[in-house]
Design a binder for this molecule. Structure first.
Ligand SMILES: [Fe+2]
Length: 366
């Protein structure tokens, strides 16, 4: 039994300012990686810039990371970092900038390699990475995963390298600048990480401590997420904590079948990640319930839900439903049946019929 997370993680108010010295200890020249707007709007970028200026650390900013970042974007950012001779990376934002920052850290540290290396298993180092999440779902600040869109290959999936951030600074105050819809979608992603790492063949008593506490935290936000009112700022830290705990758990187990199924929806139809994953969660639980009923019961108890049907109703109230032509879904199901790396993470063996059952129950087929 093993558990390994080499990231120094702080979850606290004003933690970027509080850990100025830790940031400056990461290197001498920083490449900051962000999306187009959010890091500027929520103040996180300004806080980082002030620290770098105080420490007289030269920096470059790559602020062109799109949602579901592509290999091409990562390669462009890496080129900028190499030219600038960056020796550490600061990724600020949701999962997209931080996932991109991990791959960029790898490419800059290995200048002789091309972006082809991203999907080729090989032992390579990466530059030190500081992760500053500003949404409450990805958990990437505590995982080694970097999910990229590979247009050449026509897929979205994790790269072949495990890159943990060196330092992660998690401050709920940035959620004040996120829309309610974004908070809900990302919180559903965190819920998926908690559920998929619990109902997982790699799960053990170490990593289960995280979803066991994380689901309790998540439950405390349930009412606020389901209501029509804005989220009270008192809940921001708890939302972030649930997300980071979920990340720590998937760092050990990886995500499972619902994530594997979600990528086709996002790649082909731009469905936001949290929603795409959320659609498949209840049906996955239902299939697992036959094999590991106690584990499913534990999840439901922690969420204070009566049964899987109540779980399905809750998720539907949060993210709605999604329609697709039956023929399209059949293609996705066939592909999923060949995705052994995700299927083997299910706590029970999933037949073709089980896979189809999950699709059929999760989507509205036209
Ligand atoms: Fe996710």
């Amino acid at each position: 039994m093993r558990f390994y997370i080499p990231t120094d993680v702080y979850v606290e108010k004003n933690c970027v300012k509080n850990h100025e010295k830790d940031i400056l200890a990461c290197g001498k020249k920083a490449l900051i990686v962000t999306g187009k707007h959010s890091a500027k709007n929520n103040g996180s970028l300004d806080e980082v810039l002030e620290i770098l200026k105080n420490g007289k650390v030269p920096y470059g900013i790559f602020d062109e990371v799109e949602e579901n970042p592509s290999v091409e974007t990562v390669a462009r950012a890496a080129q900028m970092g190499k030219t600038f001779a960056a020796d550490f990376i600061i990724g600020i934002g949701g999962g997209s900038p931080i996932d991109a920052a991990k791959a960029i850290a790898l490419l800059i540290a290995n200048p002789k390699e091309t972006e082809e290396i991203l999907y080729t298993p090989k032992k390579l180092d990466a530059l030190p990475l500081v992760a500053i999440p500003t949404t409450c779902g990805t958990g990437t600040e505590a995982t080694p995963a970097s999910v990229l869109t590979n247009r050449k290959g026509g897929f979205k999936k994790s790269i072949a390298h495990k890159i943990f951030p060196k330092l992660s600074l998690v401050d709920g105050k940035y959620l004040a600048f996120a829309s309610k819809e974004l908070i809900v979608n990302t919180a559903v992603d965190a819920l998926a990480h908690l559920v998929e790492s619990y109902l997982n063949s790699q799960s053990n008593v170490y990593n289960r401590m995280f979803p066991e506490y994380g689901l309790k935290c998540w439950e405390q936000n349930k009412e606020a997420l389901l209501s029509n009112s804005p989220i009270n700022e008192n809940l921001y830290e708890n939302l972030m904590l649930a997300s980071t705990l979920a990340g720590m758990s998937i760092a050990h187990t990886s995500t499972a079948v619902p994530h594997g199924m979600s990528y086709d929806l996002t790649y082909n139809f731009n469905v936001p990640h949290g929603k795409a994953v959320g659609y498949f969660l209840a049906a996955y639980m239902e299939v697992c319930e036959k094999a590991v009923p106690k584990d499913v019961r534990t999840i439901l108890d922690l969420l204070k839900l009566k049964d899987v049907a109540a779980f399905a109703e809750m998720v539907k109230a949060l993210i709605g439903t999604y329609e697709l032509p039956r023929a399209t879904v059949e293609k996705f199901a066939t592909r999923m049946c060949g995705n052994s790396s995700k299927l083997k993470l299910s706590p029970c063996e999933l037949s073709k019929e089980n896979v189809w059952e999950i699709y059929e129950k999760s989507l509205i087929l036209l």
